[in-house]
Design a protein around this ligand. Structure first.
Ligand code: HEC
Length: 264
């Protein structure tokens, strides 16, 4: 018959309770540590972590680029139709959702903002983004899109950690919401300097922080593709090459077995 030793039983419970208490305490310590670390304090190590073989992400990135960025920025080496072919978007949908009413699918993706007007408005011409990933890298652009903060001293009302005093307005603040940058004073060999410490949310956006991260990642992914459209094909070709090699190795091995069968 199975009897439970009451002493053992209670000591088990005590041990379990202790273990639970310890894990809650350590979870709380981790949570406190991460909140102390502060949202954004490690922004320079943020990675885009995008993948040009993720076609769904590229499709979302294309849609979002055309909605949120193309008013000012061009991709002058790419046609709408090319995006459709590369990203597997049927031409009827390309026409319906990507090509503006005054353009054709075979047109290059050129912003309709006149250059002189842009310089008048922003003090700078928004650069063509075709090769921006080659120039600045995916991580930088991801950091640029995620480190806008409120700064009433700027003409646009916002500033940016990746590109201080940027002329670009925070065009995605509706989605991301607004955040404030908290700076701390540090002593740099006798001179006091203001150094960024962390962000504090001010007004929530329509997306959560994770959703906005995905939004930024999709656009970076699309710009990565745009900087070298052929890489999408190279990735899918790579899969076939590996498959071919596997099948070929298997065939060679079968052949070897066949040849050596009579020798043994
Ligand atoms: C209202 C116009 C406008 C819109 C819309 C806009 N930008 Fe910009 N963008 C600018 C201007 C102006 C600059 C030049 C900033 C500077 O050099 O200070 C710029 C610069 C950039 C740069 C280069 C930054 C650097 O370090 O040189 C990138 C990357 C960029 N924008 C990405 C985007 C993306 C992605 C979107 C869409 C989510 C977007 N922009 C929407 C106006 C705009």
């Amino acid at each position: 018959m199975l009897t439970l030793n009451p002493l053992k039983n209670s000591s088990w419970r005590a041990a379990l309770a202790l273990l639970l208490a310890a894990s809650v305490a350590s979870a709380a310590a981790v949570a406190q540590e991460s909140s102390q670390k502060g949202f954004g304090s490690d922004w320079q190590s943020w990675k885009a972590d995008n993948s040009v073989s993720d076609v769904a992400s590229l499709q979302r990135g294309a849609r979002d680029f055309l909605n949120y960025c193309n008013a000012c920025h061009s991709l002058k080496y790419i046609r709408y139709s090319r995006i459709g072919e590369d990203l597997k978007i049927p031409s009827s949908l390309v026409q319906q959702f990507l090509v503006p009413p005054d353009k054709k699918a075979t047109d290059y993706i050129v912003s309709s903002m006149p250059q002189e007007e842009a310089v008048n408005w922003f003090g700078k011409d928004p650069p063509d983004l075709s090769l921006i990933v080659e120039q600045l890298g995916t991580d930088y652009i991801y950091q640029y899109l995620t480190t806008f903060y409120v700064d009433p001293s700027r003409p646009t009302g916002t500033n940016n950690l990746a590109l201080a005093t940027t002329a670009m307005p925070d065009v995605v603040s509706q989605l991301e919401g607004l955040k404030r940058a908290v700076f701390k004073t540090v002593d740099m060999n006798g001179t006091k300097e203001q150094v960024f410490d962390h962000f504090e949310p001010v007004v929530p956006g329509s997306l959560t922080r994770e959703q906005y991260d995905d939004f930024a990642r999709d656009i970076v992914n699309f710009l990565d593709y745009a900087s070298e459209p052929v890489q999408v094909h190279r990735h899918s070709l790579g899969v076939w090459v590996v498959l071919f090699l596997l099948v070929f190795t298997w065939l060679a091995w079968m052949l070897k077995k066949e040849y050596w069968k009579d020798v043994h």
